[in-house]
Design a protein around this ligand. Structure first.
Ligand code: GLC
Ligand code: CA
Length: 531
């Protein structure tokens, strides 16, 4: 029997935009509780990853934390959080939350104290360094938000490091007392029953202690699948992250999770969020004895070109890279990247659902992708996020009426981001009523996946097929499925190795040759092998 997280489909909730219970236009914890029946019943996912809901000035929308063990009033209270965990567990849904170890808000009491004096007892909880001669910053490192990662602190005469916004000072994991404090944070949430953590920018928590300059990268071209400031790519980020000391810090987190898993009999997991990188670096987060993270988010479908050869290569690369005993995973979108339907066009959405839910490994689905939502179009001068990521964080349209359910009262309240008409046309309400909708496709696939041994744990084997197609077998001794996906604009003919019949679609006649419509896919159940 596999562990729960290997069987699970994870659903990413962006709390501000998911569901609003009190009509102030911002999603909240009670809102999520109100949609658990949707998640568990209507849609049929197994776990939620709930983005950060800690107190925060919201410069980075919750990734700038001022208190790791409380809830921001805009999202609710600790009681609401406990109620969410209880209600989710009652429906068989696991709860994963964000752990943000790399930085806090500059308003966090730890930083306020650290900043207060060079000899503050918490000075070494953050990364402080003297200016170079001439008052220059300690290194040439550039931030994702643009400019230097160093901010000069006049009163104490030193610079502090911020890999992100200048209001997000980096924590110093080299300090044993800081590590102990962060492990206490992990304990706090484990004691409240959470099933796991998505560890934010895990690859960044240890840097070169010598603060060596990063080498320049003169030839960088902007990556359309990432939303970063152009300054960021002017250098190779080799010294400001990925220092090997981080694996030891990760092992401390994993040990604590193991202790809770053993004690409670419920496996608690760690998922690493790391930027795309070569596979051998990526797998290193799993630990040499699989004693690191349970898995590292795989963003290759976001980064690699959306055509059959690119996808096949990306799947094969992960399968080949994973050490024995490790488990694959796939992510199609998240709150930092252009949405799937925007990156690859609206026609890609159905096929993406088939792909995500039929591959070997744990799928993570971003809220709204099950509706085929595209990005919002927000003019630059109205961006709330410095990198314009508001556009990928639009509110979930639950209904087709004005604002899609984000404006119950007062009548003139408006959601924190606009809900355009094209979102209302794709609302949950409307799609549930349409048997051919993408939401109903997700529902059918999720329901089928739950009962299919081949999809849950079968081997993956690529099949020969026409160039615009992607075809593979998923098989266990009791079931063999062929998944036939046509990424091309023309119908395609695909052969399967033994006769089989199409599932989830009308025609069940057994055959060996299938016509797959343009931008569509089929799941075929093959007849048992005759020995
Ligand atoms: C991660 C988060 C992103 C955030 C950043 C800094 O990449 O996904 O939203 O801005 O870390 O915490
Ligand atoms: Ca609210």
């Amino acid at each position: 029997m596999r562990n729960w997280w290997q069987q699970a489909v994870i659903y990413q909730i962006y709390p501000r935009s998911f569901a609003d219970s009190n009509g102030d236009g911002i999603g909240d914890l009670r809102g999520i509780i109100g949609k658990l029946d949707y998640l568990a019943g209507t849609l049929g996912v197994d776990a939620i990853w709930c983005g950060p809901v800690y107190p925060s000035p919201q410069v980075d929308f919750g990734y700038d934390i001022t208190d790791h063990t409380a809830i921001d009033p805009i999202f609710g209270t600790l009681d609401d959080f406990d109620a969410l965990v209880t209600a989710a567990h009652a429906r068989g849904i696991r709860v994963i939350i964000d752990l943000v170890p790399n930085h806090t808000s500059d308003r966090h009491p730890w930083f306020v104290e650290s900043r207060s004096a060079p000899d503050s007892p918490k000075r070494d909880w953050y990364v402080w360094a003297d200016p170079l001669p001439g008052g220059l910053p300690p290194s040439n490192w550039t931030s994702e938000q643009g400019g230097s990662t160093w901010e000069f602190d006049e009163p104490t005469g030193q610079y502090y490091l911020h890999s992100f916004h200048r209001t997000q000072p980096d924590l110093n994991w080299r300090s044993p007392r800081l590590r102990a404090a962060m492990l206490d944070v992990v304990r706090f949430w484990l004691d409240r029953g959470v099933d796991g953590f998505r560890i934010d920018v895990l690859h960044m928590i240890a840097k070169d202690p010598e603060l060596t300059d990063n080498p320049p990268r003169p030839d960088a071209t902007p990556n359309p699948a990432d939303l970063q400031h152009p300054d960021y790519d002017t250098q190779w980020h080799v010294h400001d992250r990925m220092h090997p000391d981080l694996y030891g810090y990760l092992a401390e987190i994993r040990d604590l999770l193991e202790e809770y898993s053993r004690r409670t009999g419920q496996e608690r997991i760690a998922i690493g969020e790391v930027e795309p990188m070569p596979w051998d670096s990526w797998t290193r987060f799993l630990g040499s004895e699989l004693d690191g993270v349970h898995f590292t988010f795989n963003f290759n479908f976001i980064e690699s070109p959306w055509h059959a050869a690119g996808l096949r290569a990306s799947i094969g690369a992960q399968e080949a890279a994973l050490p024995r005993g490790a488990w694959p995973n796939y992510v199609l979108s998240n709150h930092d990247r252009p949405r799937l339907a925007t990156r690859n066009g609206p026609r890609s959405a159905r096929l993406a659902a088939l792909l995500l839910l039929t591959l070997r490994g744990t799928p993570t689905l971003y809220n709204g992708d099950e509706l085929g939502l595209e990005d919002l179009e927000i003019p630059r001068e109205e961006w709330l996020d410095p990198l314009g990521r508001d556009q990928v964080r639009g509110p979930m349209p639950w209904t087709s009426s004005r604002n899609g359910g984000f404006d119950s009262s007062p009548a003139d309240a408006s959601p924190w981001l606009p809900v355009p008409t094209r979102y209302l046309e794709r609302s949950v309400e409307r799609q549930l009523a349409d048997p051919g909708s993408i939401l109903n496709l997700y529902r059918r696939l999720l329901a089928f996946r739950r009962t299919s041994p081949a999809l849950l744990r079968g081997e993956y084997r690529p099949l020969d097929c026409p160039p615009d197609c992607l075809a593979y077998l998923r098989s266990t001794p009791e079931q063999t499925l062929a998944v036939l996906l046509n990424l091309g604009a023309e119908n395609a003919t695909v052969d399967v190795p033994r006769p089989g019949h199409a599932l989830l679609s009308g025609d069940r006649t057994p055959r060996r040759r299938f016509v797959v419509a343009a931008h569509e896919g089929l799941i075929v159940q093959l007849e048992p092998e005759v020995p």
